[in-house]
Write a protein that binds this ligand. Structure first.
Ligand SMILES: *[C@@H]1O[C@H](CO)[C@@H](O)[C@H](O)[C@H]1NC(C)=O
Ligand SMILES: *[C@@H]1O[C@H](CO)[C@@H](O)[C@H](O)[C@H]1NC(C)=O
Length: 220
């Protein structure tokens, strides 16, 4: 093989690795406040005219207090991402607040576009993620402590304490996305065929149907 070919293959491979590991791209300007209703489709949102940009585009007061938890899993995620803070567009970061009732869980899910770092505001949590070699990395964390969930890996948190627990979560994406494993499989629209789930979980179609009924919209 010629040296040129080897160099070319190296460049292509490292490029592919870079893209596979990349999170949000770097901005190409000071700011690009999201204009979601512009109708222009780009990677992120089109930018508002700078003459129309104000401080409120960079401000949000919605994660200062616990939210009302009213669902079967006993936890509530309040996002502070580009959907709430248009000034985050192209900046590659966002936050969320998660509150957990005693016994509440934030069920197993992944963030396809971000690593997550949580800081415990109140209470204590049992947290874990699972690697692609199927190893569970788990820990009990309490007020003032920090834990990391690497990009793309399935993870969860559970409040085993007897008081409310809360965290602030930081992400290296303006919109990390969340894919809850159970509801993705059992409540997608259109539905994943029963026989696929039956074979996957080695159960019969009737059991699949029973699980699907639990994911009716009421769970929130
Ligand atoms: C600024 O916002 C106003 C009100 O939405 C809009 O009419 C105007 O076109 C905007 N200016 C620019 C330069 O886009
Ligand atoms: C909680 O959910 C129940 C059942 O859906 C509803 O009746 C109730 O009003 C909700 N409470 C709050 C505080 O949203």
């Amino acid at each position: 093989m010629s040296t040129t070919k080897v160099v070319l293959i190296f460049v292509i491979l490292t490029g592919a690795i870079f893209f596979a590991l990349a999170s949000d791209p770097e901005p190409l300007q000071d700011l690009c406040v999201a204009l979601p209703n512009s109708g222009v489709r780009v990677n992120g949102f089109a930018c508002k005219a700078e003459s129309n940009v104000t401080e409120s585009d960079f401000f949000f007061s919605g994660i200062g207090k616990p939210g009302v938890i009213n669902n079967t899993v006993g936890s509530l995620v309040t996002t502070a991402n580009v959907d709430k803070i248009p000034g985050l567009n192209t900046l590659g970061v966002s936050l969320a607040r998660i509150d957990y009732k005693p016994g509440g869980i934030n069920p197993p899910h992944t963030h396809p576009r971000a690593t997550e770092v949580v800081f415990v505001l109140e209470g204590e949590l049992d947290v874990a993620f699972i690697t692609t070699s199927n190893k569970l990395i788990s820990k009990k964390i309490k007020k003032g402590e920090v834990f990391v969930f690497p990009i793309g890996l399935v993870h969860y948190q559970k409040n085993n304490g007897d008081t409310l627990a809360s965290v602030i979560a930081a992400f290296n994406s303006q919109l990390p996305g969340a894919l809850p494993v159970a509801s993705a499989l059992f409540s997608s629209k259109p539905a994943v065929p029963d026989e696929v789930l039956a074979k996957t979980f080695q159960i019969d179609a009737k059991e699949v149907e029973t699980i699907k009924t639990k994911f009716a919209p009421k769970t929130g």
